[in-house]
Design a protein around this ligand. Structure first.
Ligand SMILES: NC(=O)c1ccc[n+]([C@@H]2O[C@H](COP(=O)([O-])OP(=O)(O)OC[C@H]3O[C@@H](n4cnc5c(N)ncnc54)[C@H](O)[C@@H]3O)[C@@H](O)[C@H]2O)c1
Length: 329
């Protein structure tokens, strides 16, 4: 089986690549290394079945070449992270809309099956208990940069669905909710590596707003197997699936968990959103998934406890700080 992983040098992508290689696939990674790193693939760098191509999903001809002859494509390449999206919304829009359209087009031409990785961000400010795949999207103004990520990913899903309807594209959509684990970087605003890094350095942990906003974090080790199962399930074609964690936790509690797990003596400070991301920044108060569709379709069961996930991130940051590479520690 020949599998393509766009964004395969990123956090989730690199875990997926390892799993595909272990299953005996020939794997081609297409990544521009904007937020991903070659070092993320160190554990599999010597595998003959792995080919890594440096290039952008915005390069239509390259995407066509790479996808041609593939059995399946896992599309993860994207501009990701609140910091990146707020600072460079135009790059994000281009990558996340035009780049994805190139991948969809190439899959139609080649006949490859496609897993499109979307995001729980598409639900925006909907705080329903719980968010079902058909729940309404409640987004702020398109002029607020923060919402351009959700807007672009929503358009990706609509494109994918239309390609399925009109061209019979064999596509399934995954919507991860705050996936966490080793190799995630805090550089672009990811909260768990940021808080754990601050705890390890003995710095105050910066929690935005009142810290009472809640999320359901999930382990990359639970999410990646669900992705490979979804692309293999013919009955999932044309549909979207939430992939989230079970436990709802406030960011304040998460900060305390980071301190407890690392044995840090750090304190926690509350920082107004505007100070971190500029005036007019908006966040969602809570985001809780209904995972029942993925559970029924592919047996998705996010069993890894958050304590184990935070400990894994701490171990990873400690290990990386001891090797000669820049790391947010
Ligand atoms: N981590 C999460 O909590 C989370 C949650 C929801 C959705 N997602 C989605 O999962 C996917 C992977 O995210 P991640 O958390 O691993 O982030 P990541 O930044 O580690 O991975 C993204 C990868 O895409 C690459 N990339 C970016 N622009 C590219 C381009 N133009 N051409 C080729 N490669 C490009 C980056 O270099 C990086 O390797 C993304 O599509 C993201 O939207 C992640």
């Amino acid at each position: 089986m020949k599998s393509i992983v766009t964004g395969g040098a990123g956090f989730i992508g690199s875990h997926l690549v390892e799993r595909l290689l272990d299953a005996g696939d020939d794997v081609v990674v297409l990544d521009d290394f904007s937020t991903g790193r070659r070092a993320n693939l160190d554990a599999v760098a010597d595998r003959a079945a792995l080919r890594v191509i440096e290039g952008s999903i915005l390069d239509r001809r390259l995407v066509d070449e790479v996808v041609n002859g593939a059995d399946r494509v896992f599309h993860l390449a994207a501009a990701v992270g609140v910091r990146l999206i707020v600072d460079r919304p135009l790059d994000g829009l281009r990558t996340n809309i035009h780049g994805t359209e190139n991948v969809l087009d190439a899959c139609v031409r080649s006949g490859a099956r496609l897993l499109l990785v979307s995001t729980s961000e598409i639900y925006g400010k909907n705080t329903a208990d719980r968010l079902h795949e058909s729940s309404d999207r409640i987004l702020g103004s398109p002029l607020t940069a923060r919402w351009t990520y959700a807007a672009a990913k929503g358009i990706d899903e609509a494109f994918a669905h239309a390609y399925w309807n009109e061209f019979g594209l064999n596509v399934v959509i995954a919507r991860p909710f705050n996936t966490v684990g080793a190799r995630q970087t805090g550089r672009y605003g990811m909260v768990v590596p940021n808080l754990v890094g601050q705890a390890l350095r003995g710095e105050p942990l910066t929690v935005f707003g009142d810290g009472k906003q809640t999320r359901c974090f999930s382990s990359v080790h639970d999410v990646v197997p669900a992705m490979t199962a979804l692309i293999e399930s013919p009955e999932c074609v044309g549909a979207a699936f939430n992939l989230g964690g079970k436990r709802e936790i406030s960011i304040l509690e998460l900060a305390q968990l980071a301190i407890d797990t690392t044995g840090s003596s750090s304190s926690i400070v509350l920082v107004p959103y505007e100070e971190a991301y500029g005036a007019g920044f908006e966040d969602m108060r809570r985001r809780v998934p209904d995972n029942s569709a993925a559970a029924a379709a592919v047996g998705f069961d996010p069993i890894t406890p958050l304590e184990a996930v935070v400990a894994e991130v701490a171990d990873d940051l400690r290990r990386r700080s001891h090797v000669a590479e820049p790391v947010a520690l």
